[in-house]
Write a protein that binds this ligand. Structure first.
Ligand code: LLP
Length: 404
């Protein structure tokens, strides 16, 4: 039995009607229309609390990976909780500053920073740039020189570790476009040791996303630890290590299995607490994934030859993950009922891949009924588009009785 509170502690039925925190989803649909992304602030706060409290020997600097969800209210919540931020574009950098994130708490990642983006980051005196290639490093040095700035740099290492996640979100294998090989990292550290404009004081890794087994992290952390130790022997000192994001979450209760967050924290401490260096983590999905649901209205039930299609007003333009990664998000009715039937739950977009679930058991639905699609807080709205010109979904953040 799937229990809705297992997706998000703040989802519950009251007299057969679904609530998020203290607000009925029907009321949200009435006020904001459908489809609407709806996030629970307290679920985000709980996730953050769990992550922080899993560490006992070190206090990592948590930089929220804004690409997971750049909703203003969510980024403001992260700022209020003193988090740093991991950005991947000038747009994200500007938006994070607007939402109250301090410049010295911003890490700029990404494999394709443009000249303009590099210049902007240098002018804003951000905490550091995570660099992905020798070519990028040269460009940053040139720009820093002309702006007379010195910038902290972490070199992103490609540890050649398979994260054992979906192929499209694996980033740590040598054939992937990300990071720099270990040998080259050493060469670059030596070459730029005396640079007046680059302070290469850190390393970074990020081996992939939605990682559910601890073993890939174990392999990657061990490799990076050994690298730091071998550099130390050559008098090259690293004082900051950014271990990226990637922590997986449950999308289907009773099916998905993810390591405990305390096991992750323990592994981090086991590998790095004795090194006396700053540890940065960049979680995106772990902080916001479970917090979000997408409320959608049934357009109609179409009786097919072999099955019934539940056509809803959310589509792959709102939530691309099922089409792109075959991800399986659980779906619940907003009004509970015991009469179950099976549907292919599909969107209105003119593509066969616009399908959320196949042959999915749900209570009997009718035109204008409401459903929610779960665990869409990460990479839901942030990957949405205006495909078919259907428009973007509204977004609300709920905190107790309050709607933002
Ligand atoms: N740091 C870096 C350098 C990253 O590239 C990413 C995600 C993160 C941190 C955050 O990873 P997280 O903790 O959220 O796993 N659209 C895909 C996920 C793409 C992740 C891209 N990079 C999805 O919907 O599953």
């Amino acid at each position: 039995m799937q229990n809705i509170s297992n997706y998000n502690k703040y989802l519950s039925y009251k007299s057969g009607r679904l609530r998020i925190e203290n607000i009925f989803l029907e009321d949200i649909a009435m006020k904001y229309g459908t489809p609407t992304f709806c996030y629970s602030a307290n679920q985000i706060k709980d996730n953050l609390h769990n992550l922080k409290n899993s560490f006992s020997k070190i206090k990592p600097f948590i930089c929220y990976a804004m690409k997971a969800n750049f909703n203003k209210e969510i980024v403001k919540l992260m700022a209020k909780n003193n988090l740093g931020i991991d950005v991947v574009s000038k747009g994200e950098l500007k938006e994070s500053l607007k939402c109250g994130i301090k410049n010295n708490k911003i890490v700029f990642s990404g494999v394709g920073k443009t000249d303009e983006e590099i210049k902007f980051a240098l002018k804003k005196n951000i905490k550091q740039i995570n660099v992905e290639s020798e070519e990028e490093l040269e460009e940053i040095e040139n720009q820093a020189k002309s702006l007379k700035k010195k910038i902290n740099i972490s070199l992103r290492v490609n540890p050649n570790v398979d994260a054992q996640t979906h192929d499209k979100i694996s980033t740590g294998r040598s054939e992937d476009k990300f990071g720099i090989s270990q040998e080259k990292v050493e060469k670059l550290l030596k070459h730029y040791k005396e640079s007046k404009y680059l302070n290469i004081n850190g390393l970074s890794i990020h081996i992939g996303s939605q990682i559910c087994k601890i073993s890939p992290f174990k392999k990657a952390f061990k490799k990076i630890r050994n690298l730091i130790l071998s550099l130390k022997k050559k008098n090259i000192f690293i004082d900051c290590l950014d271990i990226g994001g990637g922590i997986g979450i449950i999308y289907e209760v009773n099916k998905d299995k993810v390591f405990k967050i305390s096991d992750y924290a323990h592994l981090v401490e086991e590998n790095f607490s004795d090194l006396g260096i700053e540890i940065i983590i960049e979680p995106g999905r772990f902080l916001v994934g479970a917090s979000g649901v997408l409320i959608s209205k049934v357009i109609r039930v179409k009786k097919g030859k072999r099955k019934d299609f539940l056509i809803v007003d959310a589509g792959m333009n709102n939530l691309l993950r099922p089409s792109l990664y075959n991800s399986k998000h659980s779906i619940f009715p907003v009004k509970s009922s015991n009469k179950k039937t099976k549907y292919d739950v599909v969107g209105p977009i003119c593509e066969t891949s616009d399908i959320f679930r196949k042959s999915y058991a749900l209570s009997k639905q009718e035109k204008n009924d409401l459903i929610i699609i779960c665990s869409v807080g990460a990479y839901g709205s942030s990957m949405s588009s205006d495909y078919n010109l259907r428009g973007f979904a509204n977004e609300v953040l709920i905190d107790g009785n309050k709607i933002f």
